[in-house]
Design a protein around this ligand. Structure first.
Ligand code: GDP
Length: 413
């Protein structure tokens, strides 16, 4: 049915109402509730994933491996590890969950290295879906992954087939944020060329990465901020959870014989812009996109697969099957609905037939009781009649008829 358009009339208020305070109410409620954010890091081992997480949140979530020479014996992440922590800044609580994934290149067969990571992301969607379907949905725990930082080795050439395969598999399930790891070992020119080739590869392979969305009513400052962030993607980052001395000041950075690379200096690397997007300006956007687009796609695929009994949310390439044929999804839903109706009708028929059989049985029993009572009454009357006839015969001085006497005796037995 077509929706009726309700005309919106703009009215001027005659006096104070107070709803200008609504944003403050939301603000107070959010601060009280606290925030939560789940971030995943992925890429080859030894690219500085743990260091960058420590640098981003300015806390030692992972033990520092600074000055530890990397050898084959250096412990590597071989399972998916999750670290949850509560951090606070100016009274605002953030429950931060970091998911560290096994570094690629650590396995005999690296082709399927994306598989356990994709399964982990989908298992988190499943857990959320299961909670949503419960009768009591009051305390839903959201463990869905809101962003995945994908670390690209600073080769300066282009993306490796493994990088492309990983991102192609995950692009429909998570907000991908590619970063060029350890960019301090590349020159500015090398970084510029590398970024260009990475963006071309992503475009050619139809890999969608997270980009700050722009809205029509954005103020000029936000538009400018977004532009500056976009210009830096993929972010060339440097991580360091140590302070070094630069021009007499203590800064977070990496010291070289030729000078210091400062992590928090926008002229030295893109770390500040990455942190700005992830934490300061776009955390809520990342969460909204996860909830409204990535999770919704997964959820509808999963439900369609359950109704049709075929396929599954984790098809060849996640996300593709849903986008491919919306009509067949509609048909699947219709078939499922028809099947449900037919089942309900059959159940109702069975109940009705059972009720009719019970009633018929009851009627039969009471009919038999009626017959038995009728027979009893008839026999009692016949007995009375014979007695009276015998009495009459005795009074008249003649014996009762032999049959009648016999019958009479039989009745007394
Ligand atoms: P992960 O295995 O990816 O988690 O890597 P780690 O964070 O453990 O870092 C591996 C090594 O790289 C450590 O020795 C770090 O000090 C070093 N490292 C981390 N980030 C950087 C960086 O931005 N530049 C350079 N040159 N080295 C880094």
């Amino acid at each position: 049915m077509a929706e009726l358009a309700i005309p919106i009339v703009k009215k001027k208020l005659n006096g104070y109402v107070g709803f200008h305070n609504l944003p403050n109410q939301v603000h107070r409620k959010s601060v009280k509730k606290g925030f939560q954010f789940t971030i995943m890091v992925a890429g080859e081992s030894g690219l500085g994933k743990s260091t960058l997480i420590n640098t981003l949140f300015n806390t030692a979530l992972y033990p520092s491996k600074e000055n530890v020479e990397l050898t084959n014996e250096t412990p590597k992440t071989i399972d998916i590890q999750t670290i949850s922590t509560d951090i606070e800044e100016n009274g605002v609580q953030l429950k931060l969950t970091v998911i560290d994934t096994p570094g690629f290149g650590d396995f005999v067969n690296n082709e399927d290295c994306w598989r356990p990571i994709l399964s982990n992301i989908e298992a988190r969607f499943d857990a959320y879906l299961e909670q949503e379907n419960r009768v009591n949905r009051k305390r839903i725990v959201d463990s869905r992954v809101h962003a995945c930082l994908y670390f690209i080795a600073p080769t300066g050439h282009s993306l490796k087939p493994l990088d492309l395969e990983f991102m192609r598999r995950l692009t429909h399930r998570v907000n991908l944020i590619p970063v060029i790891a350890k960019s301090d070992i590349l020159t500015e020119d090398e970084i510029r060329g590398f970024k260009q080739r990475i963006l071309e590869d992503l475009h050619l392979n139809k890999i969608q990465i997270f980009q700050p969305p722009s809205y029509g009513n954005d103020d000029p400052e936000t538009v400018q901020e977004n532009k500056e962030i976009m210009a830096r993607i993929p972010f060339a980052v440097v991580g360091s959870d140590r302070e070094v001395e630069s021009n007499g000041k203590k800064v977070r950075g990496r010291k070289y014989p030729w000078g210091v690379i400062e992590v928090d200096n926008e002229e030295h690397c893109d770390f500040v812009k990455l942190r700005q997007m992830l934490i300061r300006t776009h955390m809520e956007e990342l969460k909204d996109y996860t909830n409204e687009v990535l999770y919704e796609n997964y959820r509808s695929q999963k439900l369609a697969a359950a109704a049709g009994g075929a396929g599954g949310a984790g098809g060849e390439l996640p996300g593709d099957s849903l986008l491919a044929n919306p009509l067949s999804k509609f048909e699947e839903e219709k078939l499922a609905h028809d099947a449900k109706m037919a089942k309900m009708e059959a159940e109702m028929k069975a109940v009705f037939q059972q009720k009719v059989a019970e009633k018929e049985n009851k009627l039969k029993v009471s009919e038999e009781e009626l017959y038995a009572r009728h027979r009893e009454m008839k026999e009692a009357l016949e007995k009375q009649r014979l007695e009276l006839e015998n009495k009459k015969a005795r009074l008249e001085g003649r014996p009762g008829t032999p049959e009648k006497i016999k019958k009479n005796k039989g009745l007394f037995k």
